[in-house]
Ligand binder design. Structure first.
Ligand SMILES: [Zn+2]
Ligand SMILES: [Zn+2]
Length: 165
């Protein structure tokens, strides 16, 4: 990939860019990944360590074992990476990328932790889009006070700080 790949946390305190990703987009169902991302599985993609640059702030880390650290934003808690501290690559959370839709998983790891009903998820009843129906007013209130960093780099963040200048 020639273009820069960018991402960051929900609050925008931590932003990164990568000049390359490895061809290993995957989901991991293992219990340690479930805890690290607070979800049924982690969606991950690797990058050579030298290809990743922290462009705003720095992630905090938790050593989940003697060999792996889990990176996250200490201000908002967004999980950002899995890092084998001795290995050549860092593994980014696909959900923290600005364009997660570009990274279709190619494999599933840690299947001992896979939810027994995982294959049934596409059949779970669909309640429509965020701004549809009864939730439209609520969605509008959220949008009007949204503090989530947009899915692209910004010169100044948060916007309140920009307005004060
Ligand atoms: Zn954050
Ligand atoms: Zn895992």
């Amino acid at each position: 990939m020639s273009e820069w790949i960018t991402g960051g946390c929900q609050c925008g305190a931590v932003r990164y860019r990568a000049s390359a990703l490895t061809d290993n987009a995957h989901i991991c169902h293992c219990r340690m990944c479930q805890k690290a991302v607070g979800n049924f599985f982690a969606a991950l993609v690797g990058a050579p360590k030298e290809a990743v640059e922290w462009t705003r702030g720095r992630p905090s880390v938790f050593l989940s074992s003697g060999h792996v650290e889990r990176g996250f934003c200490s201000a908002c808690g967004t999980p950002l990476f899995y890092n084998d501290v001795e290995g050549p690559r860092i593994t980014l959370t696909i959900g923290s990328l600005d364009h997660p839709e570009r990274l279709k998983p190619k494999s599933q790891d840690g299947i001992e932790g896979r939810m027994p009903w995982f294959s049934e998820l596409p059949a779970v009843p669909d309640q429509g889009e965020t701004e549809a129906g009864d939730s439209a007013a609520w969605a509008a209130a959220i949008r009007a006070s949204n503090r989530q960093h947009p899915d692209h780099d910004t010169a100044v963040w948060p916007l309140d700080a920009a307005r004060r200048e």
